[in-house]
Design a protein around this ligand. Structure first.
Ligand code: ATP
Length: 384
């Protein structure tokens, strides 16, 4: 296995806007790093530059301590698993897995040993004589991984490998990839636009937007301390609420009421005018809920619930609010700049699954002021 080091990587197609713009990411030996972002953010281009399928406009790409910018894909000793698996339909599972070994001129007994060992790991032993067309999507996925395993590659690269699978199988395969990666300690770079895959699979996650790296951090760090509005809105479901806000002393003024925030947080935004408050739906609760009980009256407010969605284990309540008219134009512009639909005029609040709230009810809501993020509307950076 080997580390992968990307240093100031740029990719320009023609003379247009860079598809990848000065991205630096170090993937440690054995680490699992996810590249995530919306369509067109450059994640596939970055992966294709690692593997050698795309020229690098500028910057340095290292695998271990080898600079590979000018090396052909087959000289890089990496294994890529594609979305469509790229299996040979006329070959059996056995021969599909054996393919890279045969290509390298391996002897029959060595091929047999490696193919059977990989099939064992991937629980494919019973399917070795089948053709890909007779396999489920998940089994095909495993064959594609088997082919990568037998090569003893320095790293695995995955390009949206689960996007063709149904939700249940996707969940199973996610767990399987995670288990396999941990067991084998394989350096892995994995591209996805699915934030659940990003949060559950990665040791660290790189969030990209329009070719620019927004934040590279552990899933927990991304969730707890998003660096800017884009990352904050991208990670989390339902997404973080964004609201126009101002702070006076330790009082946070929101469109629907005032709440108290901790002194240290307030100090970081002292003297600022309009701010964007970012509040995750789960940082609200019904004031009567057990975990809101010991909280001061100051952080509760009345709300009219428009629509309720009950999911069994939790309930989403949608609460309309009106932004002050004097900041509307600024909010519109901000929503465009940040690719964010999140500066909406409704609040999403997660309540207990046991909540009896119905459409149209008036309820008392509590907000955990210590969990509020405050963003600069100019730079979009998280100030708190
Ligand atoms: P998706 O999730 O839709 O695959 P992505 O984040 O992987 O998107 P890329 O495929 O890396 O994005 O594309 C990044 C940008 O580069 C996009 O604007 C895309 O249109 C552009 N692009 C990609 N390949 C080419 C190409 N061969 N020629 C010109 N532009 C390209």
């Amino acid at each position: 296995m080997a580390s992968i080091s990307m240093s100031h990587i740029v990719k320009k197609y023609g003379d247009g806007f860079p598809a990848v713009n000065d991205v630096s990411i170090d993937v440690a030996d054995g680490e699992f790093v996810i590249l995530v972002g919306p369509s067109g953010c450059g994640k596939s281009t970055l992966l294709r530059m690692i593997v050698g399928l795309e020229d690098i406009t500028s910057g340095d790409m290292l695998i271990g301590d080898r600079r590979v910018n000018e090396l052909a894909p087959r000289e890089r000793n990496l294994a890529m698993v594609f979305q469509n698996y790229a299996l040979y339909p006329h070959l059996t599972v056995y021969e599909n897995i054996a393919f890279p070994l045969r290509l390298a001129g391996a002897k029959d007994d060595e091929v047999d040993k490696k193919v059977r060992a990989a099939a064992e790991t991937l629980e494919l032993n019973e399917h070795l004589e089948r053709k890909p067309s007779n396999l489920s999507g998940g089994q095909r996925q495993r064959v594609a991984m088997g082919r990568a395993i037998v090569r003893n590659a320095d790293a695995f690269l995955f390009d949206e490998p689960l996007s063709n699978l149904d939700a249940k199988l996707r969940g199973q395969m996610r767990t399987e990839i995670s288990r396999l990666q941990k067991r084998m300690g394989i350096t892995t770079v994995y591209v996805t636009h699915d934030q659940i895959e990003a949060m559950t699979l990665g040791d660290r996650v790189a969030v990209l937007k329009r070719g620019v790296l927004q934040q590279l951090a552990t899933p927990r760090e991304l969730y707890d301390n998003p660096g800017n509005l884009f990352v904050a809105g991208f990670i989390g479901s339902p997404p973080m609420n964004f609201l126009p806000a101002t702070v006076e002393g330790t009082t946070l003024k929101l469109p629907f009421g005032e709440v108290q925030i901790p002194q240290e947080k307030a100090a970081k935004v002292a003297g600022k005018g309009l701010l964007i408050a970012g509040i995750r739906p789960e940082n609200f609760a019904e004031a009567s809920a057990p975990h809101a009980r010991d909280v001061s009256e100051a952080n509760t407010f009345e709300a009219s619930v428009d629509v309720v969605e009950w999911l069994g284990n939790e309930t989403y309540a949608y609460i309309p609010f009106e932004a002050p008219p004097e900041v509307e134009a600024q909010l519109d512009q901000l929503a465009q700049e940040t690719d964010s639909e999140a500066l909406r005029t409704q609040l999403v609040v997660t309540l207990d699954g046991s909540s009896t709230v119905k459409d149209g009810d008036k309820i008392k809501i509590w907000l955990d002021g210590s969990k509020v993020h405050l963003f600069d509307p100019e730079t979009t950076e998280n100030l708190t």
